[in-house]
Design a protein around this ligand. Structure first.
Ligand SMILES: [Zn+2]
Length: 176
């Protein structure tokens, strides 16, 4: 069983302009390509909350078009995303798949035979950190999205805090 990297999407891989879904708004953040290339020994997954679908800000089809474009751009840089798991529900729906719930982590664990204890969850929000903690993964906060500054009142203290994904990838590769 091998470790994997579970990536949040908006604010971690691409710029989060708020319910981002238009192809013309797709902007991959600095350090992401270089960082993910460094992590090529790991299986890479995206786990993303997309309540914009449930809120009817955009459709599932629009989400998929945007996401496929992102995955293809990464692919052109020799970065393979094994799967994208997304929650389309609004927070109030109390579904089983919205982060910080770990349904998608557990699905990947089972389908791809992933050792969660040797895996990292990387994201820009506390819900990412909480999901990682609940799943037994190491947690890494990137200050490229929702949280811009280091502070001390995290509900779940991240294991590692970095400015961008390249910095984070170097820490991961140097730790094994
Ligand atoms: Zn859901």
């Amino acid at each position: 069983m091998t470790g994997a990297i579970f990536l949040d999407r908006d604010g971690t891989i691409n710029k989060d302009s708020g319910y981002v879904h238009k192809p013309e708004d797709l902007l991959i953040l600095p350090g992401v390509i270089e960082g993910l290339q460094l992590l090529n020994r790991y299986k890479l997954f995206i786990i993303t909350n997309q309540s914009g679908i449930g809120r009817e800000y955009f459709t599932t089809e629009k989400f998929l078009i945007f996401n496929n474009l992102l995955v293809r751009k990464l692919n052109e840089n020799n970065i393979i995303i094994e799967n994208t798991y997304y929650c389309p529900h609004v927070p109030d729906a109390d579904c089983e798949c919205r982060k910080p719930k770990i349904k998608h982590l557990k699905e990947a664990e089972k389908t791809y035979k992933i050792d969660l204890t040797r895996s990292y969850v990387i994201g820009d929000r506390e819900s990412d950190m909480e999901m990682g903690r609940r799943g037994g993964c190491k947690t890494m906060l990137v200050l490229s999205g929702h949280i811009k500054k280091l502070h001390n009142n995290f509900s779940v203290k991240p294991d590692i805090i970095v400015n961008d994904l390249y910095e984070g990838a170097k820490i991961i590769t140097e730790s094994v």
